[in-house]
Design a protein around this ligand. Sequence first.
Ligand SMILES: NC(=O)c1ccc[n+]([C@@H]2O[C@H](COP(=O)([O-])OP(=O)(O)OC[C@H]3O[C@@H](n4cnc5c(N)ncnc54)[C@H](OP(=O)(O)O)[C@@H]3O)[C@@H](O)[C@H]2O)c1
Length: 184
Amino acid sequence: MRKLTYYVAATLDGYIAGPGGQFDFFPFEGEGAAAILAQFPETMPTAARGPLGVAGRAAERFDTVIMGRATYEVGSTASPYAHLRQYVVSSTLSSPDPQVTVTADPEALVRQLKQEDGMGIWLCGGGKLASALRDEIDELIIKRHPIVIGSGIPMFDGPFTPGHFTPAGSQAFGSGLTITTYTR
Ligand SMILES: NC(=O)c1ccc[n+]([C@@H]2O[C@H](COP(=O)([O-])OP(=O)(O)OC[C@H]3O[C@@H](n4cnc5c(N)ncnc54)[C@H](OP(=O)(O)O)[C@@H]3O)[C@@H](O)[C@H]2O)c1
């Protein structure tokens, strides 16, 4: 069965963006960036694949991406991951790009996608959608940067319900970036 993986960049204090949606404080450089490009080339936006040298790279693990409406609207184009199957969760978005499918029922979508053949399903974010889908998440891959921002958009933005994940591997880089995988 296909897995739903929440693959996301976060600060030490658990935020995925600043209070105004800022994310430019996350560095993308050095051996950490090289490892991300090598292991997750399909997670680069389509427009950046050429400049980043991964335009010809096959996907390593994901063929589908799911975004919350706010995350989708951060993108500079209406089809930010045109090389993947793109789903946006929203009850307000009416006319997205034809390459994007909109749904208001993320759990039903994920259950249906998990029944289909294919590669992994990338839960891109943000925090509200991750919270809504928390029970469906099979794997967390957190790119944790050694930065504290004090307030912002949390990795999971929802009710207080403690739940445990099992560590399944970690990579550490000289910059202080860690990429840690957890399974349910
Ligand atoms: N650091 C990273 O790797 C990373 C990755 C992704 C995103 N981000 C950041 O995360 C921020 C956005 O996160 P966010 O938590 O504010 O918003 P979000 O989860 O991206 O989107 C929230 C919207 O998604 C829809 N939605 C979510 N759950 C739903 C449900 N259960 N049923 C129906 N619709 C649902 C709603 O859209 P409607 O209001 O249209 O109904 C809701 O307003 C952005 O600033 C982005 O830059 C960071």
